[in-house]
Ligand binder design. Structure first.
Ligand code: PMT
Length: 399
């Protein structure tokens, strides 16, 4: 699987001769599996056409802030939230200055202001402009604000000068983009994650289950593996591909998930239970398909309780750091705290599954982290973005 698979990267292009290399950057990021969208400033369009970038990226190129048609498609705020990473390459001296001042006077600067993800700049300008104290001060200020500055390289420039100010080569930028997602925050750790629904058989053709798609758990597994963890994903039935560098153990029922979880505890440092486990299963599983009865309109199904997997892990002598989820429809924090205490967990990630657009089978989620000290609510994000934030949080707690 490619190293940037499932990553959404927004490439911003500003006005500079190095803009011709941005076309190659888009291609190389895509080669490594990323989905790429492009936003260009007016000055950038003097050097390379939006049509070229549209053909390469396979998406409309975004150029105008105040364009009702574009805003109706993917507006600037949506675009700012879309990217898992924003790379501005080339980043001109003017754009760097506007960013340092927090200006939002065109589409790209507005996207950068409204972003939720990491922003990286690949400066490219004449060596004297780069050396100018104003540019140096602006770059230092942006670095303090946790904006990555990639390059510039030194060498012969299009204007004939020689010195620092050349945009980094495309391969170097792509490698830096990959490194951005590989934090190493969980290097040397073994993380076990449960994901997806369980299926509790009634007879050979019927089962009890729920709407979990596995997206949240798979996003967490991908983020843990990117952070350097040896990652085991114990998964109920889903339509999803196993994330890169994860070991998947496929199960169907809660009992199978329970057995797989307990068997995974050797050298397990963190256990994350994101699976929607059926609390009950049919007391007996019929060998043959149950036939409809002509003489009665009702049917009774006797259910028995399933083992509580995360509670069993937390009670194990090999107890790892235990992170549970709480799927609630009301009083989210109170119920989550109850689960934290009752199941003896270190952290509960609570989501309100009654809200449209988050929780079960959606691409986004909004969660509240509940621990013994208090609670913290995060903003609504894509499950991939959220997973990376959760992994950083969990890594900090471990340390
Ligand atoms: O899969 P998606 O479509 O992306 O949806 C994500 C999600 C909504 C399923 C996920 O974010 C989530 O909330 N997962 C937990 C769902 C759940 O079963 O919550 P619960 O409140 O019923 O259980 C509390 C905790 O105990 C959970 O960590 C659960 O995995 C665990 N549990 C529950 C029952 C059981 N028998 N064993 C368990 O380990």
């Amino acid at each position: 699987m490619s190293s940037l698979a499932n990553k959404q990267i927004l490439v911003g292009i500003t006005g500079g001769i190095a803009a011709y290399k941005s076309a190659e950057l888009v291609r190389r990021l895509q080669d490594r599996g990323a989905t790429v969208r492009v936003a260009m400033t007016r000055a950038a369009q003097e050097f390379i056409t939006p049509l070229t970038l549209q053909a390469l990226s396979g998406h409309p190129v975004h150029t105008e802030l105040l364009d009702p048609e574009a805003e109706a498609g993917m507006g600037h705020i949506e675009l700012a939230r879309w990217g898992d990473l924003i790379i501005v390459a080339p980043a001109s001296a003017d754009f760097i200055a506007r960013l340092a001042q927090g200006q939002g006077d065109d589409l790209l600067s507005t996207i950068c202001l409204a972003r939720r993800s990491q922003l990286a700049l690949a400066p490219a300008m004449n060596q004297a402009m780069y050396a100018n104290q104003a540019t140096q001060d602006n770059l230092a200020l942006l670095a303090q604000r946790n904006i990555a500055v990639w390059g510039p390289a030194s060498g012969a420039q299009a204007c004939g000068d020689v010195g620092p100010g050349r945009m980094l080569e495309v391969d170097e930028l792509v490698n830096l983009a990959e490194r951005q997602f590989n934090s190493g925050a969980l290097a040397g750790k073994h993380v076990v994650i449960t994901a997806g629904p369980t299926r509790e058989a009634i007879d050979p053709v019927r089962y009890i289950s729920n709407h979990s798609s596995g997206k949240m758990g798979y996003a967490l597994a991908a983020a843990c593996a990117e952070a350097g963890a040896h990652t085991t994903l114990i998964s109920g039935p889903t339509q999803l591909d196993c994330p890169p560098k994860c070991e998947r153990v496929a199960v169907q029922s809660a009992e199978q998930m329970h057995r797989a979880a307990l068997a995974s505890l050797d050298n397990c440092d963190v256990f994350i239970a994101s699976a929607a486990v059926a609390d009950y299963r049919p007391a007996t599983v019929e060998d043959q398909k149950i036939k409809k009865k002509a003489d009665t309109d009702t049917m009774l199904l006797e259910l028995v309780k399933n083992p509580d997997i995360i509670a069993a892990v937390a009670a194990s002598p090999k107890r790892p750091f235990c992170v549970g989820f709480a799927a609630e429809t009301q009083d989210v924090e109170r119920y989550a705290r109850g689960k934290l205490e009752r199941k003896n967990l270190d952290l509960v990630i609570a989501n309100d599954v009654s809200q449209a657009g988050i929780g079960f089978n959606s691409d986004e989620n909004q969660v509240t982290l509940v621990d013994a000290q208090g609670s913290k609510t995060l903003e609504q994000l894509s499950k991939n973005q959220l997973a990376r934030i959760l992994v950083v949080d969990i890594a900090q707690r471990l340390n």
